[in-house]
Write a protein that binds this ligand. Sequence first.
Ligand SMILES: C[S@@+](CC[C@H](N)C(=O)[O-])C[C@H]1O[C@@H](n2cnc3c(N)ncnc32)[C@H](O)[C@@H]1O
Length: 242
Amino acid sequence: MQFLTSFITLFPEAFPGPLGVSILERARKEEIWAWETVDLRPFGVGRHRNVDDTPAGGGAGMVLRPDVAAAAIDSLDRGGRPLIYLSPRGRPFTQAMARDLATGPGLVLFCGRFEGLDERAIEGRGMIEVSMGDFVLAGGEVAAIALTEAVVRLLPGVAGNEASLGEESFETGLLEHPQYTMPREWEGRGTPEVLLSGDHKRIEEWRLNSAKALTKQRRPDLYAAYSETPEFKAPETGDEHD
Ligand SMILES: C[S@@+](CC[C@H](N)C(=O)[O-])C[C@H]1O[C@@H](n2cnc3c(N)ncnc32)[C@H](O)[C@@H]1O
């Protein structure tokens, strides 16, 4: 079954953006996944098709109306797909969420604008709020594109080298080890000798230890969680550097 992503947005022209290139575009052509936009504007009210109004209680900005949002959502055949509202107040998006969403039938992504969406639409339609990080974007479109790209690249048949997916940052509970390629010497910087040794056991040990050291230094929160996860509690190999 094809994985379908529906973007509900005031700016359909923002899509597909980067989803229309490289492996995602190839996967779309191979009918592994498909995308569509649902324009919020035609669901607006009155002669001017208004989609927003002033916040109850006063204050700056405008708020997307619940009746307009719900009409756009209800125009879709969701077919069991989760309905996600991209929102800075949402649950932080993670690789584990991407993996989980990739096992489902698709996504319905509501892109907010202005001061956001009336709370009653979020509650009334059981929307799941998901955040792309602790920062505020002007709208949900970029967030929806990022979420979609993270999910769709995990669908079977999309990534060129699926074996490498399991070794990436976050998949093992750690950030990925540093990568090197040609030339072996560049601007006076060499390639770690062990990577040229052909000794796969030593290379694996070096990669694991580098990943641990990097994670410990840059993301102590991730490292603490990793250290406490029994399945990741591999014996220390000794040459870990801080
Ligand atoms: C200007 S923001 C609204 C911010 C809102 N007034 C607040 O303070 O939480 C407009 C829209 O951008 C999207 N957005 C902004 N930052 C986001 C983030 N970090 N993650 C996901 N969506 C975001 C949401 O759809 C939001 O409704």
